[in-house]
Design a protein around this ligand. Structure first.
Ligand code: NAD
Ligand code: WQD
Length: 348
């Protein structure tokens, strides 16, 4: 079984990605500081898989990627056990745009310095395959066209800058080591929803500030109302348009990226991972209420600082290179996300 290190593997995207990887027969070494997650997600993954995995396929170690001795132990123990880490899927990072504006140094330290520590130890142990969690927030899109990977890189928050910095570090490592690395920077658009079982899902430990978890909390009465930021954007109904992607489609994209890297020569890929379809805030809220037969009271408020009207992926690259396609529509995202919320109204 090929051993894959999953940093940030108990978090939202990491936990969902474990499923296709385990089904695909990989061994997973999961590390997480649990600054924004709990290891309970691993128990839930096992519950979903029932008997269709072996216990030695998953190990979890609590620790921080900035702790180099901790990382060294992971890599050296894997060698001692005759199962070296062959690739890393690097999810670990802080992801709140607003917190990054308040505490930029925390974001540079955690995300960028943490990634440097990881890449350093990977280099030392000759593990040169990495799938990295990048973000659509690196683009400074001001047009109404779907965004290409070659579009202007112009983040407007410290969070976005940390993603650009890590992509740049990976690009220089790639160049410096005579092209021995296999790197996939997956630039996610807006992942939402949950695994169809409702056993795992998004579990923000702090107050959420992304639209979908807020909709879920308003729907089950944990929050009073949704504030819709702006009603006069130049869009079909005046509200902001985003490219929402089902979390399990995003998980499958990681599986496809990893397999692609293993099958192909060293290279560096930058891929937009989105559906290519735009949905407005009002469309999402209305769809959520309709398919789930529930109520989401909302009120229009001022625009949020730094928001953009239209962020949708041109996903031609990812679909043609990885032979991956998103399969689940907005209805499914709403149904699965609501199922998770109802089954776990206080999180894990
Ligand atoms: P998440 O917070 O649920 O998961 C991130 C995990 O990383 C958490 O479990 C957290 O405890 C862990 N972590 C953070 N810093 C760490 C450190 N220094 N050492 C070890 N573990 C650490 O978030 P997510 O939504 O699953 O996001 C995963 C990755 O994808 C992040 O890098 C995020 O920036 C990126 N991303 C997320 C989105 C999104 O909308 N969710 C979009 C684009 C990119
Ligand atoms: C979506 C739409 C808001 C909350 C952010 C990051 C991005 C990625 C995903 C990590 C916008 C509107 C929101 C609310 C609202 N994360 N909205 N009321 O801003 O597209 O992307 O999360 O990498 O990098 O920037 O996502 O969910 O915050 O907003 O009206 O209470 O919902 O204005 O149009 P965003 P979001």
């Amino acid at each position: 079984m090929r051993n894959i290190l999953i940093t940030g593997g108990t978090g939202y995207i990491g936990s969902h990605t474990c499923l296709p990887l385990l089904k695909g027969g990989y061994k997973l070494t999961i590390i997480d500081s649990n600054v924004n997650s709990t290891p309970t997600s691993i128990e839930r993954i096992k519950k979903i898989l029932k008997n269709n995995f072996s216990e030695n396929q998953i190990s979890f170690f609590k620790g921080d990627i900035r702790d180099k001795p901790f990382l060294e132990n992971i890599f050296s123990n894997a060698i001692k056990e005759n199962n070296p880490v062959e690739a890393v899927i690097h999810f670990a990072g802080l992801k709140s745009v607003s917190e990054s504006i308040e505490k930029p140094l925390l974001y540079w330290e955690n995300n960028v310095f943490g990634s440097i520590c990881l890449i350093d130890i990977m280099t030392k142990y000759e593990c040169r395959n990495i799938v990295f969690s990048s973000s659509a927030s690196i683009y400074g899109n001001t047009s109404f066209e779907p965004i290409l990977e070659t579009s202007e890189i112009k983040p407007c928050t410290p969070y976005g800058y940390t993603k650009v910095a890590i992509e740049n570090i990976l690009a220089s490592i790639f160049k410096s080591s005579k092209n021995s690395w296999r790197i996939a920077n997956l630039r996610y658009f807006n992942p939402i929803g949950a695994h169809e079982s409702g056993f795992i899902g998004e579990n923000p430990l702090d107050t959420p500030n992304n639209l979908f978890p807020i909709i879920c909390r308003v729907a089950n009465g944990k929050m009073n109302e949704l504030q819709i930021f702006g009603k006069d954007w130049p869009t079909i109904d005046g509200t902001g348009i985003r490219d929402y992607i089902h979390i399990m489609d995003l998980a499958d994209a990681h599986y496809a990226a990893l397999e692609f890297l293993f099958r192909n020569k060293p290279q560096i890929l930058n891929l937009n991972v989105g559906t290519g379809n735009g949905t407005s805030v009002l469309e999402l809220v209305n769809k959520f209420m309709k398919v789930n037969k529930c109520n989401v009271p909302y009120r229009f408020t001022e625009k949020r600082l730094g928001d953009l009207p239209f962020i949708v992926a041109n996903n031609t690259q990812v679909t043609s290179i990885l032979k991956w396609k998103p399969k689940r529509n907005i209805e499914q995202m709403c149904i699965d996300g609501w199922k998770w919320q109802q089954k776990n109204s206080n999180g894990y």
